[in-house]
Every structure is written in structure tokens, then in C-alpha cells.
Design a protein around this ligand. Structure first.
Ligand code: SF4
Length: 208
């Protein structure tokens, strides 16, 4: 077994059920939840969307709302002003140009306001099961610590490096497991190195 395979196996043992933690029922709800999650925890997003998605029953509702009202509805979330503007503009475009259905190509998604590569990747992997590795802060940090990527690599570079190392059929699963491993075990501050099952492969353990 290769080192990368062993690492995948070990983090799978730690988090066998890792999955997307954002709550959603429809395509636009997922995209909006992902847009809201920038620099915010999934738990905070879920606590806001629980009432938000009951109030706004279709993407048209998001397209038609005033910015002031939407801001007020999501103000508990960081960057709410910018996120409100992007969610409303995105919804208007999807209603007017895509018949109310979130597009399912990387290019069309990334043309939407507030949708970058990571958000598009999360959406495509989660809603359409299209193989993608979305590189967020956790995937990025874990990749660098494990030597899959280098300090200073862009998220897109890290994504390419991981896609070269791992087989396409595990990309979505790997992405979830790396997020859980980074979020709960290999934390930015005080990673649990002393108990880490992949310590011997780590390039940057914190052992004090
Ligand atoms: S040894 Fe520490 S820094 Fe390295 S992967 Fe494990 S928890 Fe993360």
C-alpha cells in the first residue's frame, strides 16, 4: 500500500461517515448554504438557513427580496452584506437565464456572482456527485502538513496535486474526510499530533 493510500485509509477509520454538514433540500438551497459558509462554520449556517429556507420557498423569492430584508435575515453570519448582494444577484441570474435551475457546469457556476471555484466544486460534488476536490482551509492545511502540497500553493494547485495523487472515484469522499480530519483532529492550532495515526508520514507535526 502506498503512503497516500495508507493516509486515506487511516483518516477513513477516524471519520468513516464524513459528509457535507450543511442542511439543504433543493439545488438553490445547497448553493446558498455554501455561499453563506465562507469564513463561517457550517453550524452557524444551518442555524440561519433553518428559518431562512422556510421563509424563502423558491429561488424566485431570493431574486425578488430587497437587499435590506435579506441582510436582516442573515445578519448573524459573517460578511452578511456581501453575501446578501451575491445571493440576490445569483438568484436573479438563475431565474432569468437558467429557468430557475442552478446550472451544472463549472464554467456557468463560476460566472454566477459570489461563486468561486471552491463553491462550484462543493456544489457539483454534493448535488450532482461529479468528482471534484474542493480545497478549503482544512484541506489546504492538512495537504501541506502531510506533504501533498507546498506552503504557498494556491487552492487550485493543491486541488491539482491531490487529483494527481488520488484516484477520481475517491475524490468526493477524500474531500469530506480531509475536512473532518482538519476540522476535528489536525486543527490549525493544537493539532492532536500525539495521537495521530499518520504521525510518521507528517512533515509538520507539532510535538511539544
Ligand atoms: S501529526 Fe499532527 S500535524 Fe501531522 S497530520 Fe497528524 S495531527 Fe496533523
Amino acid at each position: 500500500m502506498t503512503v497516500s493510500e495508507t493516509i486515506y485509509e487511516e483518516i477513513t477509520k477516524l471519520y468513516p461517515d464524513a459528509k457535507c454538514e450543511l442542511n439543504y433540500r433543493k439545488d438553490y438551497e445547497l448553493l446558498i448554504a455554501v455561499m453563506l459558509s465562507a469564513q463561517t462554520t457550517d453550524q452557524s449556517v444551518n442555524s440561519v438557513t433553518e428559518t431562512l429556507f422556510n421563509k424563502y420557498k423558491s429561488i424566485k423569492d431570493f431574486a425578488n427580496v430587497s437587499i435590506d430584508e435579506l441582510e436582516n435575515d442573515i445578519r448573524r453570519i459573517g460578511l452578511f452584506r456581501n453575501k446578501s448582494k451575491n445571493i440576490k444577484s445569483m438568484s436573479e441570474i438563475v431565474v432569468n437565464q437558467f429557468n430557475g435551475i442552478i446550472p451544472n457546469t463549472q464554467e456557468s457556476l463560476q460566472d454566477l456572482p459570489g461563486v468561486g471555484r471552491k463553491t462550484a466544486n462543493v456544489y457539483l460534488a454534493e448535488f450532482h456527485h461529479i468528482p471534484r476536490i474542493a480545497v478549503d482551509t482544512h484541506v489546504s492545511r492538512v495537504s501541506i502538513r502531510l506533504g501533498f502540497a507546498d506552503e504557498g500553493d494556491s487552492p487550485e494547485n493543491i486541488e491539482k496535486k491531490l487529483m494527481n495523487i488520488y484516484d477520481e472515484n475517491i475524490w468526493i469522499d477524500l474531500h469530506h474526510k480531509m475536512i473532518f480530519f482538519g476540522r476535528y483532529f489536525c486543527k490549525a492550532k493544537k493539532p492532536n499530533c500525539i495521537n495521530c495515526p499518520i504521525l510518521k508520514y507528517c512533515k509538520k507535526p507539532v510535538l511539544k
